[in-house]
Design a protein around this ligand. Structure first.
Ligand code: AMP
Length: 418
C-alpha cells in the first residue's frame, strides 16, 4: 500500500519522502487508517515493524489542524534511547510541517526541556520520571493533550514504571485518543489497557517467533570460560557489527573490558553509564565507529540499529520473549543475521521452550581448538563456598559440565576478522 492512499495531509509527504518510505509496512496499513479515524489502538508489535511511523503519522496529521503552541500529543516510552529514537522519527516525518517536538527524560539537564515546553512544543516524547517532575513543577501542562501513546508498555511494567504511567494517565484529559503498544501482555498490562483505552482496535503483528532470516546456534560452555570462548568466537567469525547481551550491568562492563583488552573496538550500553556515555556509545555503534556493543536488555530494548550481523547472548535471557526481543535486533528487513548464545547447563529448560517455539532444535556448536577443560579458578573471598552461590554476581552456579558433553568440534572457522 502506498502512503498516498492514506489521504494524509500533503505536508506529511515531505517527511515520508525524506524518511525514504515507499510502501507502508503491515502494521502501518492496519494502524494508520484506524488511528486517523481517532480510534484507540492496542498494538502488539515489536520494533522493526515500522510501528513508530504507524503512530507518529496519525498524530502529525491530527496536529496539523487545531491550535498550535501547546503540548497536544504525548508519547511515553521506557528508555531514553527509545525516546531519542522516536523523536528522530518525529523530526524526520514532520519536516514539511512547522510542528514542534521535544524529548523529556532524566539524566540530562532539565533547562533545555523546560525551554522547549515554553516554546510551545506540540509533541512530547517522554520517559515517566522526568515528565512527572516537570508536571509537578508546572512546566509540562497536560490539559491539552489529545493523543497519548504508551509505547513498550510491557517493558514499562518490567521496569516498575506502571505507577508512574498511571499518574501520567490521570494527568491527561479523559477525552483523548490512546494508543498502547506492547510486545507481550502480562496481566498488569491487560489491566492498564482495560483502564485507559476505549473500545480499542486490536492490531497484532505477531512476534510468536523470530524472523526467519536469523540463524541460531548454541555454544555450550562452562560459566568460567564464557569470556574466553566469546573472544575466540569473535576472532573466528566474520562479523559486521555485533551486539552482545549480558544479564547485568556489572557483567556488561566486565565483558566490555575483556573484549577491549583482546584488541576489539567495543563500547557498552547500560544504565550505570551516564546519559552522555550512553548516547555516545549508541551513536558510535550506529555509525560504525564501534564494531561491538555490550548491552543489558533494558538499555538495548527496541533499539533500531541497521545491519547488526550478530547478536550474541553472553548470558541466556530469563524468558523466551526476552530472547526473541534480543535477536530481533539482527536479521531485520530481509537481511540475514546470526544469533549465538553461550549456554551453561542451567539454561536447558529455556532452550527446550525456545526450540518448541522455533519448531526445530538449535544447532549446538563448539569452537575447534578451544580448550574446554581449563578448570575454574578458585572462588574469590566473599563468595559462599559449597553452595554454588556467588555473591559477586548473585547467581547460583553449578559445577561446569565435563567437556565430553559438548560433542565433537563442528564450527568450521570462518575468515578471521583480524
Ligand atoms: P520501528 O519499528 O518503528 O522501529 O521501525 C523500524 C525501521 O523501519 C526504522 O528504521 C524505520 O525507519 C523503518 N521504516 C518504518 N516504516 C517504513 C516503511 N514504510 N518503509 C521502509 N522503512 C520503514
Amino acid at each position: 500500500m502506498n502512503f498516498t492512499q492514506f489521504n494524509l495531509d500533503s505536508r506529511l509527504m515531505v517527511g515520508i519522502k525524506k524518511a525514504g518510505y515507499e510502501t507502508a509496512t503491515p502494521i502501518q496499513e492496519a494502524a494508520i487508517p484506524a488511528a486517523l479515524r481517532g480510534r484507540d489502538i492496542i498494538g502488539t508489535a515489536q520494533t522493526g515493524t515500522g510501528k513508530t511511523a504507524a503512530f507518529v503519522l496519525p498524530i502529525l496529521n491530527r496536529l496539523l489542524s487545531g491550535p498550535r503552541g501547546a503540548a497536544r500529543a504525548l508519547i511515553v516510552t521506557p528508555t531514553r534511547e527509545l525516546a531519542d529514537q522516536i523523536h528522530d522519527v518525529v523530526r524526520v516525518l514532520s519536516a514539511g510541517t512547522k510542528l514542534k517536538s521535544a524529548t523529556i527524560y532524566g539524566g540530562v539537564g532539565a533547562a533545555p526541556q523546560i525551554q522547549a515546553l515554553r516554546n510551545g512544543a506540540e509533541i512530547l516524547v517522554a520517559c515517566p520520571g522526568r515528565l512527572l517532575d516537570l508536571i509537578a513543577q508546572g512546566h509540562a501542562k497536560m490539559n491539552q493533550i489529545e493523543v497519548l501513546v504508551l509505547d513498550e508498555a510491557d517493558r514499562m511494567f518490567d521496569m516498575g514504571f506502571l505507577p508512574d504511567v498511571k499518574r501520567i494517565i490521570a494527568a491527561v484529559p479523559k477525552q483523548r485518543q490512546t494508543m498502547l503498544f506492547s510486545a507481550t501482555f502480562p496481566m498488569e498490562v491487560e489491566q492498564l489497557a482495560a483502564q485507559s483505552l476505549m473500545h480499542p482496535q486490536k492490531i497484532a503483528m505477531g512476534i510468536s517467533r523470530p524472523a526467519y532470516t536469523v540463524s541460531h546456534a548454541l555454544y555450550p560452555v562452562p560459566q568460567h570460560l564464557k569470556s574466553a570462548l566469546l573472544i575466540e568466537l569473535l576472532k573466528h567469525t566474520d562479523t559486521n557489527s555485533v551486539l552482545i547481551f549480558t544479564r547485568t550491568r556489572r557483567r556488561a562492563e566486565k565483558v566490555q573490558k575483556q573484549i577491549k583488552a583482546a584488541g576489539f573496538n567495543v563500547t557498552a550500553l547500560h544504565s550505570d553509564r551516564t546519559q552522555g556515555q550512553r548516547q555516545a556509545a549508541l551513536k558510535g555503534f550506529k555509525e560504525g565507529r564501534h564494531d561491538i556493543m555490550v548491552a543489558t536488555d533494558i538499555a538495548a530494548r527496541g533499539l533500531d540499529v541497521e545491519s547488526i550481523s550478530h547478536v550474541i547472548n553472553y548470558d541466556m535471557p530469563d524468558t523466551a520473549d526476552a530472547y526473541i526481543h534480543r535477536i530481533g535486533r539482527t536479521g531485520r528487513a530481509q537481511k540475514t543475521g546470526d544469533a549465538f548464545t553461550l549456554v551453561t547447563s542451567e539454561d536447558e529448560d529455556l532452550i527446550k521452550k525456545l526450540e518448541r517455539i522455533m519448531g526445530a532444535p538449535f544447532k549446538r556448536e563448539t569452537i575447534e581448538g578451544f580448550d574446554y577443560t581449563v578448570p575454574a579458578p578458585p572462588r574469590p573471598a566473599g563468595t559462599i563456598r559449597g553452595r554454588g552461590i556467588s555473591r559477586v554476581e548473585g547467581r547460583r552456579e553449578r559445577p561446569a559440565p565435563t567437556p565430553k558433553s559438548y560433542g565433537k568440534n563442528r564450527l568450521a572457522p570462518r575468515r578471521p576478522k583480524r
